[in-house]
Design a protein around this ligand. Structure first.
Ligand SMILES: [Zn+2]
Length: 258
């Protein structure tokens, strides 16, 4: 018998939603709860796998093709279209701020880990790479929006690259106490030659999604308005996707196949 595949209905960061080919019900697979055993370490999605229908009256088996792995910040931004439609503005603000933080962290990973890996700095030793990754992530564990943005600026506005493991570790050592305080002045940004990159950096400096996120997520439980949310959505999307393209920050996988 031919294997039966489910029809995909939605693919967001947390959930993979399909129509069961047997009972035709919409089935939501939560990747952390229902599909965890099928997701390999360092991957965000399942790939191709056989699963059981979650409708307890059906419970028949079928196949899913959960192959499209977007990056975390892109998933979070894309989820906002639906959140805005559903008028879930508070959730949208939290998504947008988290998307920025995930993007800044990705920028650090690229320069401190993935680029050096692709250039042979870790001598193809995955243990050395993982250990450096652990040290980096311990250091940035408590950094939130402002510090991560400063680190992103230090990395990309000052165009830093690393060619030895010693250089990388020396940078990571100073990351929290000193480099995370690098808050560039407008004049520093205005020296960037490429006009589009310069304008995106200036907009990045002006983003205030973090302060709105704090009002929403913390003790004030602030309810934002539609126009306010749409404005932040446009700003964050333009800056994050724009800088990702302009600065050639590629998908993680590309650095491992070079
Ligand atoms: Zn079913």
């Amino acid at each position: 018998m031919e294997p039966l595949y489910a029809k995909e209905k939605e693919n967001n960061f947390e959930n993979y939603i399909v129509e069961c080919p047997h009972c035709k019900q919409e089935i939501t697979f939560n990747r952390s709860t229902d599909l965890k055993h099928l997701i390999k370490p360092y991957q965000l999605v399942v790939g191709c796998a056989e699963v059981e229908c979650l409708n307890y009256e059906c419970k028949k088996r079928f196949w899913i093709e959960d192959n499209v792995a977007s990056e975390k910040h892109r998933y979070l931004i894309n989820d906002c279209y639906k959140l805005i439609k559903q008028k879930r503005y508070m959730a949208c603000i939290i998504n947008l701020c988290t998307a920025c933080e995930a993007f800044f962290l990705k920028g650090l990973n690229v320069r401190l880990l993935w680029e050096p890996w692709s250039e042979g700095v870790f001598e193809a030793d995955i243990e050395k790479f993982n250990e450096t990754s652990r040290v980096l992530h311990d250091q940035v564990h408590d950094c939130t929006f402002t510090k991560l943005r400063n680190l992103f600026f230090d990395m990309y506005l000052n165009d830093k690259h690393f060619h030895t493991q010693e250089e990388i570790l020396y940078y990571i050592e100073r990351l929290c106490k000193c480099l995370a305080n690098f808050d560039p002045k407008k004049e520093d940004i205005e020296r960037v030659e490429d006009r589009i990159t310069r304008e995106l950096f200036l907009k990045l400096k002006c983003l205030s999604i973090n302060s709105l996120r704090n009002d929403v997520a913390h003790k004030y439980v602030f309810r934002p308005e539609k126009q306010q949310v749409e404005r932040h959505f446009e700003e964050v999307r333009e800056v994050v996707i724009g800088l990702e393209t302009r600065l050639n920050i590629e998908h993680q996988i590309n650095y491992f196949i070079k």
